[in-house]
Ligand binder design. Sequence first.
Ligand code: URA
Length: 191
Amino acid sequence: MTWEELERSCKRCEKCALCDTRTNVVFGVGNKNARVLFVGEGPGENEDLQGEPFVGRGGQLLDVMLEIIGLDRKKNVYIANIVKCRPPKNRDPLGVEQEACIGWLREQIRLLRPEIVVCLGRIAAQVLIKPDFKITSEHGKFFDVDGVTYTALYHPAALLRDPRKKPDTFVDLKALQEKILQLAPEVYSAG
Ligand code: URA
């Protein structure tokens, strides 16, 4: 399947009940040749309205976090979510919704073949790294999952709720930058 075919089918998806309440399917944004993939949990209100991941206050913070380590959603990363449609009232996506949706992300990962996957928050880390992932003690650590390097950062919304977590995230971002320099130095040399 090509990116175009995948996006077209995903946008018509009716695999779970979230399709009844969505405005837009939020497929993903960024460079389809990116070596680094960021994965959030699911769209919120602004994302549902605009059809793009991380465009609200959390998204602005994510853009600052990316900028700190020389990344840019328009240039050298791809950003997607575990679920592509907004859960009502921004509740956590249910297990059945995650299971119905995860195939779309798996296919995005297959097409992108990223060197590094960065989970934003506990939910993405529990789905992609391991079910018992503890964000408070395991953020910023690196994991090998089927030959690909995964890590997790606090979710931008968690940083907005509790700014005392920001210094830890700064350290994690710097470690991530080092890891990118090791595994995919072209991220910083291209363009
Ligand atoms: N939170 C997420 O996890 N993803 C988005 O796209 C927006 C907010």
